[in-house]
Design a protein around this ligand. Structure first.
Ligand code: 4NP
Length: 154
């Protein structure tokens, strides 16, 4: 199973989600069986590490995301990944525009796919403060736990 998390810049939300998913998967019976990556619909930050606020927030929850480097979504991603998990509806729309018809059913909202229906979107924390990053962590880590529970049950 290969999972790709997508946000806009690939320096805040999707690196945090990648880190949370990796940590929750490694601590589960699924360790080593699920590949996780992240990417952005935009390429402005390609090659950069995550935003320092995202790194600090994840570190505060015991997860090191400092080794990640941003990249843009590519056409190959639709072949490589089983599911493309989008942070918000704008990301979903932009990825769907790029996706070949056969892949569109595998492009979904992260929180909905995780089963957190009420949550909807992971809000962009880029222009916000530390509390916005904490809220992102709460959402993506809840999603990571729900994803692990779902995949472990299959
Ligand atoms: P992300 O946050 O999509 O969660 O990585 C953003 C990062 C950068 C920008 C916007 C959102 N930006 O405009 O550069």
């Amino acid at each position: 199973m290969n999972l790709l998390v997508v946000c806009l810049g690939n320096i805040c939300r999707s690196p945090m989600a990648e880190g949370a998913l990796r940590a929750r998967l490694e601590a589960s019976a699924l360790a080593g069986r699920v590949r996780v990556d992240s990417a952005g619909t935009g390429g402005w930050h390609a090659g950069e590490p995550p935003d320092r606020r995202a790194i600090a927030c994840a570190r505060g929850h015991g997860v090191d995301i400092g080794g990640q480097r941003a990249r843009q979504v590519t056409a190959d991603d639709f072949d490589t990944f089983d599911w493309i998990l989008c942070a918000d509806r704008a990301n979903l729309r932009d990825v769907l525009r790029m996706a070949p018809a056969a892949a569109r059913g595998r492009v979904v909202l992260l929180l909905e796919w995780a089963g957190l229906e009420a949550a909807g979107e992971v809000p962009d924390p880029y222009t916000g403060g530390p509390e916005d990053f904490q809220q992102v962590w709460r959402l993506v880590d809840s999603a990571a736990q729900a994803v692990v529970a779902r995949l472990a049950a299959n």
